[in-house]
Design a protein around this ligand. Structure first.
Ligand code: ASP
Ligand code: MG
Length: 413
């Protein structure tokens, strides 16, 4: 029987009613003659809520002690122990709901599924997948439900895969099980040329190449996780993004297929917004010491440039739960000319040839706010703006340079 891997996001399992609908959809997939592996996210806002509890628990017994300085932050190892429980709640409830439909199902945690990671807590990378238990259970005719977003390090510690990491679990399992595609279900019917909540004119993209999708995910598109896309590209697994409950092929039903059947083309452009990043600048002479602190604290950098005098970089804070501590370490390292500023975001135009001077010129000319930094890459043009200016700038870029634009810049390109 062909193996189908399906992943359901947090909004699709946000309450028992939704979870029961997912169980119906899984049962239909099974009835169509497939072996089914289902990866689930935590219910609704569970992960954020658990993080909030951890921050409260981390406060010192005598609140006055904390006065002024940054509040203490929970240890990342304990955060992984805590956050991994969110997905375990969903997996077991879904398994129970599938039993109620007269089908045989079994749930597994990430470590039981053979997902082996490095030891970078809170933002671990999958190194290897050994899905023997899943294969055995499929051979017994069972539906297998897997808790997304987690694994076990080679030191036998529980790890999590970075926010949005359930997508990665699903694609990595699809690759390891030899499934040729991985279905990702959420509350949107695929990938758009911008986040429709920010840009109402965003266009649905029925198909995308891996490179464009990966670039979009890396600069902040939350619809698919960047590691998941990278895994899919490396192992040639097609990703099909659909809205939960939609039946493929029915009239009016849309989906996005990310695969190597499509190659990047000039008309496929997207605008991506990423909030919540910090801007780090220092004198060039501080570069080596800055890198050492970043390495020790597992601080990820997005774009980083070293000019004749200055180093500038942005860093996404989503997967840095101990930012207060990291920032304090940076400040204590006596780095010449250090400045660290929060409250910024990244606006990116993704697509082929967006780094051409004509496009860069048009992109900068239509912005109201002055960008702090501008980076141009073969498939991406990005600028760093204050958080408050991002959404309006995204609408302008989408209108002037996005897929529906009059393409004035493309005539000259
Ligand atoms: N529950 C995790 C998160 O909220 C992982 C995921 O949803 O993919 O980031
Ligand atoms: Mg997600």
């Amino acid at each position: 029987m062909p193996i189908v891997v399906q992943k359901y996001g947090g909004s699709s399992v946000a309450d028992i009613g939704k979870l029961r609908s997912v169980a119906d959809q899984v049962a239909r997939t099974r009835a169509a003659g497939n072996d089914v592996v289902v990866v689930v996210s935590a219910m609704g806002k569970t992960t954020d809520n658990l993080l909030g509890l951890a921050r409260e628990a981390a406060l010192p017994p005598d609140a006055s002690v904390a006065g002024g300085s940054a509040p203490p932050e929970p240890a990342k190892r304990e955060l992984d122990m805590l956050l991994s429980t969110g997905e375990r709640v969903s997996m077991s409830l879904l398994s129970i709901a599938i039993h109620a439909r007269g089908l045989d199902a079994v749930s597994f945690t990430g470590s039981q599924s053979g997902i082996i990671t490095n030891d970078r807590h809170f933002d671990a990378r999958i190194i290897e997948v050994r899905p023997h238990r899943i294969e055995d259970e499929l051979a017994r005719g069972r539906i297998v439900i897997v808790a997304g977003y987690q694994g076990m390090s080679y030191k036998r510690e529980i790890t999590t895969l970075g926010r949005g990491g359930s997508d990665t679990t699903a694609v990595a399992l699809a690759a390891a099980l030899g499934a040729e595609r991985c279905e990702i279900y959420s509350d949107v019917d695929g990938v758009y040329s911008a986040d429709p909540r920010i840009v109402p004119d965003a266009r649905h993209l029925p198909e995308l190449d891996y490179e464009t999708m990966q670039e979009m995910a890396e600069c902040g598109a939350k619809v698919l996780n960047a590691q998941a896309v990278e895994w899919a590209r490396r192992h040639k697994v097609a990703i099909i993004a659909r809205k939960t409950g939609d039946v493929a092929g029915r009239p009016g039903v849309r989906e996005t297929v990310v695969s190597n059947e499509t190659s990047a083309d000039g008309s496929r452009r997207a605008v991506v917004v990423q909030k919540n990043l910090a801007l780090v600048c220092a004198e060039r002479s501080a570069a080596a010491r800055l890198a050492a602190v970043a390495e020790r604290m597992s601080l990820p950098f997005g774009d980083l440039t070293l000019g004749p005098r200055e180093l500038v970089a942005w860093t996404p804070l989503l997967n840095v739960p101990n930012w207060g501590e990291v920032r304090a370490e940076l400040e204590a390292a006596s780095l010449n000319g250090l400045s660290v500023r929060e409250g910024h975001g990244l606006l990116s135009l993704v697509g082929v040839e967006v780094g051409l001077p004509s496009v860069v010129g048009a992109a900068l000319a239509c912005l109201d706010a002055t960008p702090e930094l501008v980076f141009s890459h073969p498939l991406r043009l990005s600028c760093v703006l204050p958080d408050a200016a991002l959404d309006a700038a995204a609408r302008v870029w989408h209108e002037r340079l996005g897929p529906c634009a009059g393409a004035a810049d493309r005539l000259t390109a």
